[in-house]
Design a protein around this ligand. Structure first.
Ligand code: RIB
Length: 280
C-alpha cells in the first residue's frame, strides 16, 4: 500500500537543523512538493558528515526522484557519485559547494552584503569587525566578498576592517564578543548570519556594552528570532520560503523532463531595526 508513495521522495541534504534558516527552507520545499505528490527526506550533514558511506550508499539510492543539495563538503562527493551510478535530478542552493555547470538557485548575497555596508557607512561608521567562520561555504564567501567590495566602494581601507573568527552558532557569537571589545575603535559589527549576531548581542550585554549606543550590530537572514531579541536586530531578509519553492519547482521541472529555467539570484532586503544607530 505504501510502496509507490515511498518512491515519490525528494532528498534534501542540509548542513544543520539547529539554525532556523534550514527548517524554514524545508517548509518552503514541502509547500511546493506536497501538492505535486512528493514528500521530502532530510539528510542532516552536521550529524552524518563523517558517514559518507551511509549518505552515498543508503540515502542517495533510497531517494527515488531527486536531490536538493544545501550543504558544503558533501555536495561534490554526492554529485560525483551520482554521475557514476544514476541520473537523479538535483539542484544546488545556499551552502552547497560550487559545481560549474550544475543547476543552482541562489539569493543575491552580493546585494545583501552591500545593503548592510551602505546602511552602516550611512550611519557614520568607519571601523568594522566582520564575524564569520574561517572556512566559508560558497554562499557566504560571496557574502563576505560583498562586504569587502562595498566597504572598498565607500573608500574604507582594509586596515579599518578586522575579521573575527567564529563558527555559525549563537554560543560562538556570544564568545566572540570578548574578542570584539578588545579591538580598538570598532563601532560596527557585521555578523555573517543571525545566529552569530544574536549571540553577539548577549555577549556584549554580559560585558556591559550597549547596542546600539556602543556598537551597532547587523546580522543576515532575518530568521524569526531577529524581531524578538533586545534590541531587535537589523538584518538582511532572505526570501527563504521563496527559495524553497524555487528549488522544489526546479526538481519537479526536471522530473517532468523539462530543462528548468533558473531564476536570477532572488532579491534580498535589509530590515532596519534597533541594533544599528549613528556612530558616536
Ligand atoms: O547559518 C545560516 C546561514 O546558513 C544562512 O545565512 C543561510 O544563507 C545559510 O547558508
Amino acid at each position: 500500500r505504501y510502496g509507490p508513495q515511498l518512491r515519490r521522495s525528494i532528498g534534501v541534504v542540509v548542513p544543520t537543523l539547529m539554525n532556523p534558516f534550514f527548517p524554514k527552507l524545508l517548509s518552503g520545499v514541502a509547500e511546493t512538493l506536497q501538492p505535486a505528490g512528493y514528500y521530502t527526506e532530510v539528510f542532516n550533514a552536521e550529524l552524518d558528515a563523517m558517514d559518507l558511506d551511509h549518505l552515498l550508499t543508503r540515502f542517495v539510492p533510497a531517494v527515488q526522484k531527486g536531490l536538493i543539495l544545501c550543504a558544503p563538503k558533501v555536495t561534490t562527493r554526492i554529485v560525483a557519485e551520482m554521475a557514476q551510478t544514476t541520473a537523479l535530478p538535483y539542484v544546488l542552493t545556499d551552502q552547497a559547494d560550487d559545481i560549474p555547470g550544475a543547476a543552482r538557485i541562489s539569493v543575491d548575497d552580493t546585494a545583501g552584503a552591500g545593503q548592510v555596508v551602505d546602511h552602516l557607512v550611512g550611519l557614520g561608521h568607519k571601523r568594522f569587525a566582520i564575524v564569520c567562520p574561517p572556512q566559508l561555504p560558497f554562499n557566504m564567501a560571496t557574502r563576505y566578498r560583498g562586504y569587502l567590495d562595498a566597504l572598498a566602494r565607500h573608500g574604507i581601507p582594509s586596515k579599518a576592517v578586522t575579521y573575527v573568527s567564529a563558527p555559525l552558532t549563537r554560543a560562538a557569537g556570544e564568545a566572540a564578543a570578548a574578542q570584539v571589545v578588545r579591538l580598538p575603535s570598532i563601532t560596527a559589527i557585521i555578523a555573517i548570519d543571525d545566529d552569530l549576531a544574536i549571540g553577539l548581542l548577549k555577549g556584549l550585554a554580559r560585558l556591559g556594552k550597549r547596542v546600539p549606543q556602543d556598537y551597532s550590530v547587523a546580522g543576515y537572514d532575518n530568521t524569526d528570532l531577529a524581531a524578538y531579541v533586545t534590541p531587535e536586530l537589523t538584518t538582511v531578509n532572505q526570501p527563504v520560503m521563496a527559495l524553497g519553492h524555487a528549488v522544489a519547482a526546479c526538481i519537479l521541472a526536471q522530473i517532468a523532463g523539462q530543462t528548468p529555467a533558473l531564476p536570477a539570484p532572488l532579491p534580498v532586503q535589509l530590515q532596519i531595526r534597533n541594533s544599528t544607530a549613528r556612530a558616536k
